[in-house]
Design a protein around this ligand. Structure first.
Ligand SMILES: C[S@@+](CC[C@H](N)C(=O)[O-])C[C@H]1O[C@@H](n2cnc3c(N)ncnc32)[C@H](O)[C@@H]1O
Length: 317
């Protein structure tokens, strides 16, 4: 099976590593200093390639992790149509197909032809026919009408939009059965997720994940932020571009998923690394009644065994 990592290695190999690394550094600088919504970031072939080589494995891992949690809430959900908004080089397409093999009709909307050209070339290398068939449509986001879709994704895009375009884009996603927004797991990314969550619930959608409820987020604003981590392996190219020693990294992300009809919610979600000590596990949980710390001890052997196997981001129990 051709993985995204295989396709990336083959596709970006035509650029010298030094050129990719320089472009990646310039991109990081642009993202760190804030993107002007009036400009096109992925405006050249090499910039799109640098984005794909440097960031796409991580955005793919984050979206996969978010969608996996969402899919676990409704194992019978078998979507066939997907629109990926601001999809760029197609990370969320590969992620969604990995989670829902039923997806057959997929559209990517983006303003960057350079990003979508690379996305199409990566997709051409997939042995998955649904990925090879993706429609890539040049679109400027804002008051955009989306094609009818069972799943709409918007990953790592909001910070590049004006406030008005953010609200309009998220509102447009409420036409989908399931809308999923993913952002970097930073305080600013979490704030954008909270604003998107408000738009989705105001339009009558129900939160599927990560929150086990659709009421107000209990996390004290300005003091903490809800985020999770997805571990991904680094390919040798990824490692070289990052001048990294470790062959893996943890991508921190925040997300919200909402659907038109209520799905069974998780009873609670683990919102910190579980603390596993001898004979006990401490869990920080977000539940319908707010945040709570709970200790699961060996005195309840079944719960203790389950708690030992938990991870940050998992539902509990
Ligand atoms: C950081 S990239 C994320 C790409 C992809 N969603 C991912 O998760 O890897 C942001 C994408 O949003 C697109 N974008 C930003 N502003 C846009 C706008 N106003 N209209 C359409 N696309 C836009 C960019 O071209 C770029 O492909």
């Amino acid at each position: 099976m051709v993985t995204l990592s295989d396709a990336l290695d083959a596709e970006v190999a035509r650029f010298p590593t030094k050129r990719l690394a320089d472009s990646a550094q310039a991109l990081i600088h642009r993202y760190r200093t804030g993107v002007d919504p009036a400009t096109l970031v992925l405006d050249a072939e090499v910039t799109a390639a640098a984005y794909a080589a440097y960031r796409m494995p991580a955005t793919h891992a984050a979206v996969t992790a978010a969608l996996t949690e969402v899919a676990a809430r409704a194992p019978d959900f078998a979507p066939t149509t997907h629109v990926d908004i601001g999809g760029g080089t197609g990370a969320a397409v590969w992620a969604a197909r990995g989670v829902w093999p039923s997806l057959a009709d997929i559209t990517v909307l983006d303003q960057s032809t350079q990003a979508m050209d690379l996305g199409r070339r990566l997709a051409d290398r997939a042995d998955d026919p649904a990925i090879r068939r993706v429609r890539w449509q040049r679109t400027a986001l804002g008051a955009t009408r989306l094609p009818p879709a069972d799943v709409a994704t918007l990953s790592y895009v909001l910070s590049e939009l004006t406030d008005a375009a953010r609200a309009d884009t998220v509102r447009a996603m409420t036409s989908a059965t399931l809308a999923v927004v993913v952002e970097p797991g930073t305080p600013a990314g979490y704030e954008r997720i909270m604003a998107a969550r408000d738009e989705l619930t105001a339009a009558g959608m129900h939160i599927v994940a990560p929150c086990p409820h659709s009421t107000t987020c209990p996390i004290p604003r300005g003091q903490d932020w809800c985020h999770f981590a997805a571990r991904l392996g680094r390919s040798p190219l990824h490692q070289r571009l990052k001048t990294a020693v470790l062959n893996f990294e943890d991508e921190k992300f925040s997300y919200v998923a909402a659907c038109r009809e209520p799905w069974p919610a998780a009873p609670a979600r683990i919102v910190r690394h579980p603390l596993k000590r001898k004979g006990m596990v401490s869990l920080r949980l977000c539940g319908p009644d707010g945040l709570a710390d709970t200790i699961v001890s060996k005195r309840d052997p079944a719960a203790y065994r389950a708690a030992r196997d938990t991870d940050w981001g998992d539902p509990w129990p």
